[in-house]
Design a binder for this molecule. Sequence first.
Ligand code: FAS
Ligand code: PHB
Length: 389
Amino acid sequence: MRTQVAIVGSGPAGLLLGHLLHRAGIANIILERHTAEHVLGRIRAGVLEQGTVEVLDRIGVSARLHDEGLVHDGVEISVQGERHRIDFRSLIGKTITVYGQTELTRDLMDARAALGLPAVYEAEVVSVRGHDSGRPVVEYRRDGKLHELECDFVAGCDGYHGVSRRTVPAARLKVYERAYPFGWLGLLADVPPVADELIYANSERGFALCSMRSRTRSRYYIQCALDERVEAWSDDRFWDELRRRLGEDVAGRIVTGASLEKSIAPLRSFVAEPLRHGRLFLAGDAAHIVPPTGAKGLNLAASDVYYLAEALEAWYRTRAESELDRYSERALRRVWGAVRFSWWMTAQLHRFPDEPEFASRIQRAELDYLFRSRAAQEALAENYVGLPY
Ligand code: FAS
Ligand code: PHB
């Protein structure tokens, strides 16, 4: 089998890249280790930057997003129960859209199927070779048999645990990493959100986040220790702890209900450079991970593949390598802007168990300055709604 671009992974990065390449007339095949249902069953991100929405508008895959997504003009930050609103629209004239990653992935899968574009599910890529010699071959296992896909380029969109980044010899990768001393315990429930906008809460007991997927489905998170097990958290225990991290006015309004999903995710900042390795390109979580505090992971996947599609389109048009060479530097500049912001949001809003009193005092000074300074609020707004592409 042969194609122009082999895409490893049918998450947001792979699916969006596939659509962008198709619109540029570049043939591509997506190889995904799991079933489509399994991919859709993962509960992940909830916030789309304005830039991500604009890319989806451009490729004509945003109808349901505009029908069902919730446009938010701002977010709230609660510190020891005192609430402060950051008004993106009045500060910088931009907004965010709350629309679950599951729904975005579904829309991209449906659009791909409607175009009759090839995606092979339950196809685990086991190796990528030849990407240094200009003749890449992707080997994958399906139905117990090994298959080969010859191509011009390989896009490693296979997430943090994928095979693509591991294909690159360690000596050729510079890895930057910070593991945070806590995780997030997330709960999804069919209950109305406690507020019209997201509430990020910094409390003595730890971080909490009140988010949503619609006006009838809510997504909540609480910071938890790394050694916590989700089995130790009944729904009631979760709701009680969540209430204790919010001010009384908010806690008193929370509508509780049975969880549809509960899971613990560790928090890390991770970047592997460079993103180009011969004919292999890394994009999305395969290249970088950010703590979800800044709502950036999914949105970085979108900007990576936007740049990669532009670079590949230029190569097929001119056979010049210049845009392909520029992809890594161009994508990483936006990646590091989001890594910095996600680190900053995480540092300001969480309890750091081993940090001295000084660090928590600095945290209070940062937040106090934020709430008093329009310039600081504009900076937060600019980063949260998404830095320019
Ligand atoms: P993905 O991981 O989504 O997709 C990679 C795909 O490649 C997967 O479907 C995988 O099955 C497939 N794959 C892997 N190895 C393969 C192989 N060898 N062969 C074939 N296929 C293979 N981001 C936010 O912005 N906000 C959040 O709240 C948030 N919450 C998160 C919670 C969790 C538990 C996790 C893990 C991530 C969260 N993220 C969040 C980040 C997340 O949304 C990612 O940024 C987003 O999924 C990135 O998309 P992809 O790069 O496509 O990677
Ligand atoms: C979510 O709704 O899942 C969500 C929203 C904002 C974040 C992280 C997660 O920063």
